[in-house]
Design a protein around this ligand. Sequence first.
Ligand code: SF4
Ligand code: SF4
Length: 378
Amino acid sequence: MTEANLGNGQAERALKPPLAMLAELTHRCPLQCPYCSNPLELTRRSDELETEEWADVFRQAAALGALQVHLSGGEPTARKDLPALVAAAHGCGLYTNLITAGVLLSRDGLVELAAQGLDHVQLSIQDSEPVGAERIGHLQGGHARKLAFAAWVRETGLPLTVNAVVHRQNLDHLEDIIALAHGLEAHRLEIAHVQYYGWALQNRAALMPTPEQVERASAVAKKARADLRGKMVIDYVVPDYHARRPKRCMDGWGNQFFAVTPRGRVLPCHAAETITGLGFSSVRERPLAWIWEHDEAFNKFRGVEWMQEPCRSCEFRERDLGGCRCQAFALTGDAAATDPVCEFSQHHEALTAVAAGGCEAGSETELPGSESRFVYRR
Ligand code: SF4
Ligand code: SF4
């Protein structure tokens, strides 16, 4: 525990060490998902942190108290030095989780990562069958490669989590998605509804599920959880736009988690760069411990002192911490506003209207007839 001076009028208080770090090793990716959480302006390969720079970040993170590193992207296996990065993180005592689309790595490449100390694999899937999956991910042949990759993961004995991002155009296949993950011998399935910022906000009309879809999917997930108890864990939560209260986002801004972008910027949340006007420090300029304790962006929304009404005097403020700052900014233009997911927000009705309509007429992603058009990540 360290004491840090939390700016912006906040009193000094104990600051816990971070639990986990998201290392966005690269923005390069062979897929082009229309809900990708990478920024609209992607980092070029020539600007990415070098191998030794990442190794130093891992050492600093472990020294700060972090226990886990999630190796992500873009597609982390696009980095040729991934075995060296896994070895560096493992050597610091960090639990290593590879978050991958599973379309680039060979079987031998996976065996090499396991030999270097990889602890866990999280594989993303776009749908339950190839036609839908490859239309969403925009990569021909990708689905079959993912299935082969999942089998290799199980052969190596590594635990496997399947992550399925769900939305209007695949939510009706949820039973098949669950069956697929179970067939792949995943020990966990994360069913993640799209979060609407960045690329997903560009595609909101094409991705927003109807209330009926959400209601049915919630029942499917509930039944599958009971049916598969003891065989596969299923994580599922009601999507924000269809909820009445916000989630405790990131378990608190700057509380347990930080992300490092491919060029070394340190963020309190992987989507924090969508909040324009907020500056972020880089590991190329500052030690990680200084950034965690003193960086203005980290301290801006820590705790509850920054809150405006209605959150400031609300009995639930310690429970949900006012919801998601990135979503508040995306929908109101004010990152300190109450998350519009909350029924007490003055913007909640507008959000409910979008969720009820499912599709915004006149938008770039309007659904003509039964067809849909995506703005693909580039
Ligand atoms: S969401 Fe899709 S496009 Fe974005 S990094 Fe993941 S696999 Fe690649
Ligand atoms: S007003 Fe703020 S603290 Fe209260 S429930 Fe809504 S988001 Fe949470």
